[in-house]
Design a protein around this ligand. Structure first.
Ligand SMILES: [Fe+2]
Ligand SMILES: [Fe+2]
Length: 173
């Protein structure tokens, strides 16, 4: 009787996997560009999407289904920061809409726990949306200076590291 819920949960796992991979890709590129704040935001969000996969998969197993671990789309090679944030805002918007609809569908199939799970995800995806939307607003407001400031923060942090004594060995890192 829970076939519909298992199907929706597995579709969600595919979406969450694709989102987690894409956010890690953005994290790597932002880190490479020295954009520490955005880099950490993408990494944190990727980790939260991974945690979504975990609760979805737990529910599939509880309902005696099998977990389908297949990302629903490949990683897009987006390296422009504005385009990354546009992707993130569109992705979170889609997730909010979808999980709202699927909560109602689970309700119609008399599965109130999966309904609540989807509602809980809506709350998280709305928070993600808001964080990425704020970043887009900052970029629009401050222009290229916004990214330049992040790079300067990286340079400042690096220049404050303790000196390595030549040939001194010492502690790693
Ligand atoms: Fe998610
Ligand atoms: Fe999200």
């Amino acid at each position: 009787m829970y076939e519909k819920s298992v199907e929706l949960l597995n579709l969600s796992i595919g979406d969450e996997m694709a989102a987690a991979h894409q956010y890690m890709y953005f994290h790597f590129h932002c880190d490479d560009m020295g954009l520490d704040l955005l880099s950490m935001l993408f990494k944190r969000t990727a980790i939260e999407e991974m945690m979504h996969i975990e609760i979805l998969a737990d529910r599939v197993l509880f309902l005696k289904g099998e977990i389908e671990m297949t990302p629903n789309k490949p990683v897009e090679k987006i390296t422009d920061v504005k385009a990354m944030l546009d992707w993130a805002v569109a992705s979170e918007t889609g997730a909010i809409l979808q999980y709202n609809k699927w909560a109602l569908e689970c309700s119609a199939h008399a599965d109130s726990t999966t309904k609540k799970l989807f509602e809980q995800l809506v709350g998280d995806e709305e928070r993600h949306f808001s964080q990425f939307d704020d970043e887009l607003a900052n970029m629009a407001k401050f222009g290229p200076n916004y990214l330049a400031l992040q790079s300067i923060e990286r340079s400042k942090a690096t220049s404050m590291l303790p000196l390595n004594r030549p040939g001194g060995g010492g502690t790693a890192g």
